[in-house]
Write a protein that binds this ligand. Structure first.
Ligand code: DLL
Length: 445
């Protein structure tokens, strides 16, 4: 049994009233907002207008929510191709904030907010924090990066607006993070899950056991993580670890959040309209089927986005949530469709590797997948750190652990991977999004 501090009584914040609206009212609101946003996109953004015209579509043709499927998709390259301001629907005079997200290649994408957009974003973050059980009186250590990344300022505005005390520490400087956690009576922390795993470990080295502190909630997101990782975090820190989701193109954090039930993330549907499609055909999938999440901003002024293909893979959860929220839930995002790699003909996602590794006792949740090609043959090596106890044990124990991991990976993935056990601290720690995969196969071509 995981020993977790009891949650405080559920917190209801007035901003969360929208989380409980009867579905019929919500649908009516969504339709009105969808019609507005389509009109705005059509009038002010050349790309949306020309794509709609190509389909013979005019804003008045959107008469029901189902009509959304007649609209064209938007993809990441559209944001790159129109860099920097091509998708703005407002003059710069009305834009009060710019953020940017650097992809792995080429130019970043730039996103814009009017004052009203910042208010909507803040409202979504207040509702996110409230659903994670945070309210006035909490002391929130915000270790998401401040800057062009949306995590830092997004969480900051939400935490301030909810009436909590915010410590804007940003990412990095781990020893100072631990001092602050301990000395300033921090009750909630916001950061990536991988960074929190690092904090737990470093705290232990400094003689601090997070289980003894006032910390009771973690608001984790910005990267995929598994339920096994949640169990590791909760049992090693005695906090409730919640998953929050968002992306710069749509607003930043605050698109969806878990509630106290920790069973799926509620989408703030009054601002972000979700669809799940078959990534191959673009067709909308029936409820419960796994596919690509597509989002339309319903309230964005400066940069409305129609049917954005997130590449994030999930499914709608059916049935009402015991928390009483009427907002639809999605399953936690375990992967991106473009995360997948193919090794010897088998499709593999990093999250499957994580689940396999954490199922075996003696490993730490620090791992790296390295793909290489030798004489035309793909090789997959999984480097994983082992606990200091295992590492200092006899050679035999290490070999046995290695065999167990190879077998577990074979079970889960259906292929044989090589496993390299490494000492604690060998794999580079990240202060933000962790890097789990290095693909060196192209170098051999
Ligand atoms: O990561 C916004 C954010 C900040 C979300 C803080 C949550 C907390 P981007 O840098 O634009 O924005 O990256 C967005 O990160 O499309 C997903 O692939 C991934 N992602 C975000 N949250 C989660 C999550 C921020 N909870 C991209 N689970 C998204 C899995 C996530 N993946």
């Amino acid at each position: 049994m995981i020993d977790i501090r009891p949650a405080t009584a559920p917190i209801f914040h007035p901003a969360s009233a929208q989380d409980y609206v009867p579905p019929l009212l919500l649908r009516a609101l969504q339709l009105r907002r969808l019609q507005n946003v389509v009109r705005r996109a059509y009038q002010h953004v050349e790309l949306f207008r020309s794509r709609m015209q190509e389909r013979g579509l005019r804003p008045e043709d959107i008469r029901s929510l189902e009509d959304i499927s007649r609209l064209p998709f938007t993809v990441k390259t559209d944001l790159r191709d129109t860099y920097p301001f091509g998708l703005f629907a407002s003059p710069m005079q009305d834009v009060v904030r710019l953020h940017a997200s650097s992809g792995t290649t080429g130019k970043p994408i730039v996103v814009a907010y009017t004052r009203e957009d910042v208010e909507v974003w803040t409202n979504a973050m207040v509702r996110t924090l409230a659903s994670c059980g945070i309210g006035a009186g909490d002391v929130v250590q915000n270790a998401y990066g401040y800057g062009l990344f949306t995590g830092g300022l997004g969480a900051h505005y939400g935490a301030e607006a909810i009436g909590a005390t915010v410590i804007p520490i940003s990412g990095g400087n781990t020893d100072r993070q631990i001092m602050v956690l301990k000395d300033l009576g921090v009750t909630a922390i916001c950061c990536t899950p991988s960074y929190f795993v690092h904090l737990i470990e470093r705290a232990r080295e400094l003689g601090v056991d997070l289980r003894d502190l006032a910390l009771r909630v973690g608001v984790f997101g910005a990267e995929p993580w598994t339920d096994s990782m949640r169990r590791h975090i909760e049992s090693n820190s005695r906090i409730h670890a919640y998953d929050i989701y968002g992306l710069s193109e749509i607003t930043g954090p605050g698109v969806a959040s878990e509630c106290g039930c920790q069973d799926g993330l509620h989408i703030f549907e009054d601002h972000f309209y979700p669809e799940i499609i078959d990534p191959a055909t673009g067709e909308t999938l029936p409820e419960g089927e796994e596919g690509e999440l597509v989002l339309t901003t319903l309230s964005k002024v400066a940069m409305p986005i129609l049917r954005y293909r997130t590449r994030d893979v999930t499914a709608f959860l059916s049935g009402p949530c015991p928390c009483g929220r009427t907002l639809r839930r999605i399953r936690r995002i375990s992967r991106r469709s473009d995360d997948m790699f193919i090794i010897r003909g088998v499709n593999v996602f990093p999250s499957q590797v994580e689940a396999a590794l954490l199922a075996v006792e003696g490993t730490l949740p620090h791992y790296l997948i390295v793909l290489t090609r030798e004489k035309g043959l793909d090789r997959m090596e999984v480097q994983v750190e082992v606990t200091p106890e295992v590492f200092s044990d006899k050679i035999g124990a290490l070999e046995e652990l290695q065999d167990r991991l190879v077998r577990e990976l074979d079970n889960v993935l259906g292929i044989r991977a090589e496993v390299r056990l490494v000492e604690p601290h060998t794999i580079q720690r990240s202060e933000g999004k962790a890097r789990r995969l290095i693909d060196r196969r192209h170098m051999a071509d």
